[in-house]
Design a protein around this ligand. Sequence first.
Ligand SMILES: Nc1ncnc2c1ncn2[C@@H]1O[C@H](COP(=O)(O)OP(=O)(O)OP(=O)(O)O)[C@@H](O)[C@H]1O
Ligand SMILES: [Mg+2]
Length: 307
Amino acid sequence: VILTVTLNPALDVTYAVDGLVVGATHRVRTVAERAGGKGVNVARVLHAHGTPVRATGYAGGDTGTRITAQLAGCGIPAAFLPIAGESRRTVTVTDGGVATGFWEPGPTVSPAEWLAFLDHYGDQLPGAAAVVLAGSLPPGVPADAYAVLVALAQERGVPAVLDADGAALRCGVAAEPLLAKPNAAELSAATGLPVSTVDEARTAARALRGGRPTSVVASLGGAGVVAATAHGDLRAFLPEPVVGNATGAGDACVAALVRGLLAGAPWPEVLARAVAGGAAAAAAPVAGMVDEDLMGRLRKDVVVEEI
Ligand SMILES: Nc1ncnc2c1ncn2[C@@H]1O[C@H](COP(=O)(O)OP(=O)(O)OP(=O)(O)O)[C@@H](O)[C@H]1O
Ligand SMILES: [Mg+2]
């Protein structure tokens, strides 16, 4: 199985309204609820494609219960560690395709809860083919949390894939995961380098790698991906970006990267599938869902080149 770790999962609530006005009262037409957070989203895509997964992380309070119940309802195996704080909700108000978000801060994790997670995580590692560590760290978890989790996995022969931001990304990469997947803003923040062109993305991805065995795949939205690997640097992109909702494209991209790497596909194929997966998610009416037929069609149009 692929283990996904989401330390700060969310119950994603979407309200659909007509004519959002600040200061007004709105009748909500529909309310949709879904378990979310980056690792959960990666698990959802992998599960939809028939890859065995288990989602873990922290879940607290009534919201934590709803998150785990929602995953159970989707048939996604989950083993979240209960904590005292209340898991967060994210509320998105959509009005004719325009989305406005409200992100709750989420619970603070106690030192004892962090130590308990290390045990819980250690129990999940045997039998895992890979671990995906994704999303923000909740308050209270140490800044080097991902470095610790990467090291624990890889000491036991379980390759780790990291999708994180800021200090969590920098510290995590120092532990030499198999792969890190920052987007342009995350790569720029982690390296202090500009990332607005493919050339700059390559330079920054190489800087973040810093000669480690870790591969850095920088995702550049509609411009595809730039990869810095021990075997050279590559770029993969669709000649025509898709029009749609990019929310969750990164998570679909990570899911495709993990699947491709575990299948032993060569880098050009791994990256082509990652670009097609992200683009299929961007084209999907429901954020982050990936239609495999569409992904297959888009895959044929992806251009891969050495850079
Ligand atoms: N409009 C688009 N057209 C084609 N491909 C896209 C588009 N948007 C995203 N993708 C594909 O999906 C990948 C990931 O998207 P992006 O770089 O936006 O990730 P992200 O910022 O991490 O997203 P997330 O919000 O899910 O964290 C891109 O590298 C690209 O291959
Ligand atoms: Mg992302």
